[in-house]
Design a protein around this ligand. Sequence first.
Ligand code: FPP
Length: 259
Amino acid sequence: MTEGSIDSRNLPEGEERVWLERARAGSVPRHIGFIMDGNGRWAQRRGLPRTEGHRAGVESLRALIPALIDLGVPYATFYAFSTENWKRPSEEVHFLFDLLVQYAKEDRRELTERGVKLRAIGQVDELPGAVRAAIRELETQTSSGTNLTVNVALNYGGRQEILRAAKDIAKSFAAGQIDLDKLSEAEFAARLYTAGQPDPDLIIRTSGEMRLSNFLLWQGAYSELYFTEVLWPDFRPVHLYKAVVDYAGRRRRFGGVTA
Ligand code: FPP
């Protein structure tokens, strides 16, 4: 980051800055996954419709982008809409899609200026045309960003992603392009939406729920998991820094023994 860049201008003060410095001093994850949970409860506690929780949740996501850049995290994945979320009332589903379209339009410039490359992961082709178009345009406009890659998981399911990769392998096998005996994990992973990206070192889930809910199932095999009671709309950079400090204190063994 250069002196006078957008990110150094926006460095926080007080407690937040102390936690940012503590987080920077330790091991910083290369990829963080976020399960943004608790929007509905946040709204209900305020006597608001659930959808207002989602609107407030977008503000949390917005606040985290510069924080991730300040921290030096190169990849982040946000779980915005799962393959199971279609079961919600259709007004809520449409509200979420409208929010996405609005976000794609309103934040395009800021994301570009901050050097963010945004990508949608999931069955995007099954989404309504307006959502697809807004997302594809945002992907194109931010394609040269080098500070932070943000994956927005949309109509995403980990099992679906693995099944899709397996079908792709089967097709290549049928076409005589693959020797199954030599097929490696890396070649399989190259068929996932996150091809070419590091696996998440850390997955954060808000609102006290302790599940993966079909999120990054392959990629999260060795992720450290961090659960917080904070509801997503209340999740701010200081909470991210605290999670990263906690992560840095863990001993990752990847199935081996501690040195
Ligand atoms: C879970 O909270 C949250 C979601 C299913 C949606 C998350 C989406 C956003 C924060 C907006 C994303 C927008 C953009 C622009 C990426 P919940 O509704 O399940 O909360 P509850 O468990 O309290 O009911």
